[in-house]
Design a protein. Structure first.
Length: 211
């Protein structure tokens, strides 16, 4: 998959995350470039992390025991309950990160990987993937929530869901850049960023047709 023509990953002016490399560059290549730049910043934090935040520093989490009243007609945990709990965690993440009450913009994607059963121990992690000044009219914070079913008996876990949320914030302060701390995080952030760019282009096209 190749990404759209963009500028420097961590230095773009239209987005605090920046734009993603040059025309014809794959997400994998752009991710390696992002990680190379991010690694240099992490090695020299006094200068490299000015107005920047490590992705791990945006993390929040909670752990829940799934109760019978949360099951659906099939006996599994109702998907709407999982979405609501993920939303609450994502909202808190965006709030803590931005310092102002965020406004929910949209849920970009929900992935149901494996079912969640009554009695399961569900652990949710949230992180800010990137921030932007050009995706929407207001500055936006883009949050991912990953849910895992934990099995303490054999010290294992299984990914059950992933949720991607966008929040807008009305603030005069500059939102920090998000600095990935691994190549995997770089790929995850750029993959989401690219998907959001495509969605934005589709939305803009629909608006033009409507007008």
């Amino acid at each position: 998959m190749r990404i759209q023509a963009t500028g420097n990953i961590l230095h773009g002016e239209s987005s605090s995350f920046g734009e993603t490399c040059n025309s014809g560059v794959t997400i994998e290549e752009a991710s390696r470039q992002l990680w190379t730049d991010a690694r240099s910043r992490l090695m020299m934090p006094a200068r490299g992390l000015v107005n920047s935040v490590k992705m791990s520093d945006t993390k929040l989490s909670n752990t829940l025991v799934m109760q019978p009243q949360q099951r659906n007609t099939s006996g599994r945990i109702f998907g709407g309950f999982l979405v609501r709990r993920a939303y609450e965690l994502a909202f808190a993440t965006a709030y803590r990160f931005s310092g102002v009450v965020p406004r929910f913009r949209e849920i970009d994607e929900v992935n149901f990987v494996t079912p969640v059963d009554v009695g399961d121990l569900l652990h949710m992690d949230s992180r800010v993937l990137y921030t932007s000044y050009h995706m929407h009219q207001l500055p936006s914070v883009h949050v991912v929530v990953t849910a895992n079913v934990m099995k303490p008996g054999d010290s294992s876990h299984t990914v059950s869901n992933s949720f991607f949320f966008t929040f807008e914030v009305c603030t005069d302060m500059v939102l920090p850049r998000i600095i990935p701390e691994s190549l995997e995080e770089s790929v995850e952030a750029l993959t989401r960023y690219h998907a959001d760019l495509i969605q934005k282009a589709d939305d803009d096209e629909e608006e033009q047709v409507d007008t």
